[in-house]
Design a protein around this ligand. Sequence first.
Ligand code: SF4
Ligand code: SF4
Length: 355
Amino acid sequence: MPAFDYRKIMCRPPPNPENSRTQSRTALLHWEEMTHSDLLPAWGRILRGYRPMLSLEITKECPLRCPGCYAYGGQHLGELVTLRDLTDRRGDDLVNGVLAVVRRHRPIHLSIVGGEPLVRWRELDALLPKLDAMGVEVQVVTSAVRPIPAHWASIPSLHLVVSVDGLPPEHDRRRTPATYERILKHIAGQSLIIHCTVTRHMLAREDYLHEFAEFWSNRPEARKIWFSLYTPQEGETSEERLTRDDRRRALSMLSGVAARFPKVYLPRVVMDGLLHPPESPAECIFAQSTTCISADLETRITPCQFGGKPVCEECGCIASSGLASIGRYAIAGMVPVSALFSVSRKIGTLWGAAA
Ligand code: SF4
Ligand code: SF4
């Protein structure tokens, strides 16, 4: 195979220099880093038949009942079983089970979700240093419903992401018992990412997202703020779902917010992806490069982390958007990355089948 100069991928720079890749190695999926230091190893993995990213639901338990939660949706794991039906693990059984899955899949990046991962904080306490020693970048997505152990702040490969559903009045109503008061107490001393999924109620006021970004920009624990848009399932009618017009308004508001608050990570590459999401899972680089496994550590979640039948054309996932956008860029002005990716996946699948 001819040498591939991955530095020639033409990604436009993010609009705000503070948002550049030098700010941190956050990970939801490092699309900026993937154009540089992570792209070649990721491609190498794909060519050997591996998917470079892994997402694990490590428990089926969660003390919250958030409206619009896809994990507990009836179709999340298909027609036959729901997350609550699975037999999940705990203690050494969970620790060893996760390590076995990681050794089998050899991901560059592991996303640990739930349920609520902190329900298994003791197991995570044992796992995270081991994963760090294995060189795996780990993202833990949590509601911060319980205290985050202070010593996790010194694990280099760990990226904590706290989900916050808007400003206190709405968030506390939707996500009790993980209220603002608790979150602020439980994240003390950490340096983490605040992640807000924009749903319809946040668009009722023009300055809502601005206020949200201002609040978290002023908190020392928040090193970065992510926004994604609510991704519905086919046939869903819910208060969360954005109309086409809502989506346009949300992106226009977010563009203003990103220009005003440096902690908001919304580079052009993500914005472009949110404006033009993949048309189907087959077109989605994120879905094609991520293995998603549920709480029994066996059941696959398809076609992507949302499970069920997500509406790709209304996808609001920033990882999928960023990668979709990168996929449209040309290498050396000629070959779209998505085309190279698709060929690489086919070679990798054949290689994997032949091995
Ligand atoms: S915290 Fe997460 S898993 Fe739990 S109900 Fe809310 S969205 Fe679902
Ligand atoms: S819903 Fe989004 S992340 Fe899932 S397959 Fe469709 S485009 Fe990809």
